[in-house]
Design a protein around this ligand. Structure first.
Ligand SMILES: [Zn+2]
Length: 267
């Protein structure tokens, strides 16, 4: 079975600053365990769900905005047993690992040195992380070096578009995906450049036509306007099942796609 656990479904400046929703990224479990975009609250939410950072095989960071990387160094320390075992893989855009376009590196040279391997990625590359093929996909966003990913799991391809506006190359890059995870940042009637609006997400989902689309990374305006409303619009427009993710939700992917939301006592 392949599992996606949403350690946070918020994103953007103010939903992150005020933790209106958590912003801990996505934990992917297949034959490997990968932590994608561990923003603030990643570590705390792993703790709530009893997920051990020492079991993580790879930390993957799509771009150099803090709602995607703020907890990365602590997750890397966990993966490397406090820095005492050189293990695990860190994957990031050039902006995240090297610093670029006004961004300084989001992961220190110390934390890059304690991992067994560090892979700097750009659009179009194909990498192997602990035996899983990952395709690196394009984005158009405030960090020009940002990327998205396609994970070739044992239950089909899972796409993570990351933060991006809609463009043709994005649609082409994600064709053939079984599950399409979309960082939805702008609700109906409020499209802005370099961000994914509900209308554009409907086009993306219609064109890619996955088995299911999962919406996450909601900003204040979407949370205020209603997440379900955006999901209904995209589902009606595309005919594809749309799942609006919730904090600590798990999506299980095998022959069928199930969602689970366990009640957890949050300290
Ligand atoms: Zn961003």
């Amino acid at each position: 079975m392949t599992k996606l656990t949403f350690l946070g479904t918020g994103g953007g400046r103010f939903a992150t600053i005020y933790q209106v929703r958590s912003t801990g990224g996505i934990y992917l479990q297949d034959h490997v365990r990968l932590h994608i975009d561990p923003g603030p609250s990643a570590l705390a939410n792993m703790c709530h769900l009893a997920l051990d950072p020492a079991q993580t095989d790879g930390v993957i960071i799509s771009h150099c905005h803090p709602d995607h990387y703020a907890d990365a160094e602590m997750i890397i320390e966990g993966m490397c047993r406090g820095g005492f075992k050189r293990t695990g893989i860190v994957v990031g855009s050039t902006s995240v690992l090297k610093g670029e376009n006004g961004f300084t590196p989001a992961v220190s040279s110390y934390h890059q040195a304690i991992a067994r391997e560090v892979i700097q990625v750009s659009n179009g590359e194909v990498i192997d992380v602990a035996g899983m093929r990952i395709d690196v996909t394009p984005t158009r966003h405030g960090d020009p070096a940002g990327v998205g990913f396609r994970f070739h799991t044992t239950n089909g391809i899972i796409s993570y578009v990351s933060d991006t506006g809609l463009h043709d190359e994005l649609i082409q890059a994600h064709r053939g995906s079984r599950v399409l995870i979309i960082n939805l940042t702008r609700p109906l009637g409020s499209r802005v450049p370099m961000h994914m609006s509900t209308e554009d997400a409907a086009t993306l989902v219609s064109e890619v036509h996955p088995e299911a689309a999962i919406l996450t990374h909601f900003g204040m305006k979407i949370i205020h306007d209603g997440v379900e409303k955006q999901a209904d619009f995209i589902e009606d427009a595309s005919g594809v099942r749309v799942i609006p993710a919730e904090d600590l939700m798990t999506v299980q992917i095998e022959n069928y796609i199930h969602t689970l939301l366990e009640k957890v006592n949050v300290r």
